[in-house]
Design a protein around this ligand. Structure first.
Ligand code: FNR
Length: 375
């Protein structure tokens, strides 16, 4: 009941509560180009929609009379205790949502005890992000570069700056077909938004005759989409880091099997929030078969479409160890900067706590398939 009293006051009422409301507000404050870039998906946006409908095809069958006084939302991953199973997904070029960009969202994540995953194409360098986060837990997301020495260099920098895992995104061998961006003529990468990690990278800069923003944009565009990416590349990455390596963008159970065979330390079931392969399976539908293959050997995380505490319960009950959110925190960032991200996280964490208690569970590991019905 204390939740109700702390939440129902003037200050919280000034901020949106649901992600739908945050999105509506973001629509008001952002120009078309950036808003559509954030909110949109690829192709006919079928997968974007499907990511949400997949959650409504499962219903929670709550259990009663289970004494849920002493609940904990905490989990452990790679020997690290985490406050909740909620992460901020890697998102590039966050200054299109708010001038403070990643520095605001990383600070909010650190304050909430939520891991932040810094993108390769961040608007601020991974060192700058590390600095505002202090000792808070963080991962680095890698876009494999055509020039693999650039990848090795970025991984080295991440390790040196206190990042605790490398997330290799594998679903962007080409850029998804984004109709909204074509209509708006909008490309934040071309605008030079996501260059910070490149412009501060000694190996990348050594490849340029002269380091100018224009040269850098051209070079990044040449580097960033790497259609030749394949499982053998994991070995190169392994040689260059002692950190856990996760692959992000896995949807097929056979790829989960290959990930295990290649010694990957974690899988993120993701379709990039419906921004890459349109027509792809929703992540919630892809999850059970992947969880079965992995059988608890390595962590399985899920993103794409998570919007409520009940969604978090469903994903975990179907086999995820944790979830990540992308757009929800970007809407918070767009509307109210660091405070907006903090508010989105606070709401989701409290919603998840209530959903866990009302479904009859005391801990994240209690959640399982027995409390779900497929509609
Ligand atoms: C992304 N995503 C992403 N993923 C990644 O690995 N590196 C990146 O730089 C980005 N950049 C990015 C920008 C924007 C604007 C969005 C919306 C997404 C994908 C992201 O990590 C995640 O997979 C999805 O956002 C999850 O889906 P939801 O929560 O947005 O539905």
């Amino acid at each position: 009941e204390s939740l109700l009293f702390t939440r129902v006051n003037k200050e919280t009422q000034a901020l949106p509560i649901s992600i739908e409301d945050w999105e509506k507000k973001a629509r008001e404050v952002l120009p078309d180009g950036p808003f559509d870039y954030v909110a949109g998906g690829s192709g006919a946006e079928e997968t974007l929609v499907e990511n949400r409908t997949a959650f409504s095809r499962w219903a929670i069958i709550p259990r009663m009379m289970r004494d849920v006084t002493n609940r904990t939302l905490s989990i452990s991953m790679y020997n690290q205790a985490l406050r909740t199973p909620i992460f901020l997904a890697p998102v590039g070029m966050q200054t299109i949502s708010h001038p403070a960009g990643e520095l605001a969202s990383a600070k909010a994540a650190a304050a909430a005890g939520v891991p932040f995953v810094a993108s390769t194409v961040s608007a601020h360098s991974l060192e700058q992000i590390a600095e505002v986060m202090g000792d808070a837990y963080r991962w680095f997301q890698l876009y494999w570069s055509n020039d693999r020495e650039v990848s090795a260099s970025m991984v080295r920098r991440a390790e040196k700056s206190g990042y605790s895992a490398i997330v290799l995104t594998v679903d962007t061998v080409m850029l998804g077909w984004k109709r909204r961006d074509f209509r708006n003529g909008y490309s934040p990468l071309r605008e030079g938004r996501g260059l910070a990690n490149y412009l501060t990278d000694p190996v990348f800069c050594s490849r340029l005759p002269e380091v100018t923003p224009e040269n850098a944009v051209e070079e990044v565009l040449k580097n960033i989409y790497h259609p030749a990416l394949n499982w053998n590349d994991i070995a190169f990455l392994r040689e260059h880091t002692r950190l856990p390596i996760l692959v992000k963008g896995i949807l097929h159970p056979d790829d989960a099997r290959l990930a295990l065979e290649h010694g990957v330390d974690g899988i993120i079931v993701s379709n990039h929030g419906g921004r890459q392969m349109d027509g792809a399976i929703s992540t919630l539908d892809a999850l059970p078969a992947i969880a079965e293959v992995v059988a608890g050997k390595i962590p399985v995380l899920l993103d794409s479409g998570v919007r409520t505490g009940a969604d978090v319960v469903k994903a975990i009950a179907l086999g995820a160890n944790a979830i990540l959110i992308g757009r929800p925190f970007l809407y918070g960032l767009a509307v109210a900067g660091e405070q907006g991200v903090a508010s989105v996280l606070d709401t989701l964490i409290h919603e998840f706590d209530v959903a866990m208690a009302l479904s009859g569970s005391n801990s994240v590991t209690d959640l399982n398939r027995s409390i779900l019905a497929r509609l």
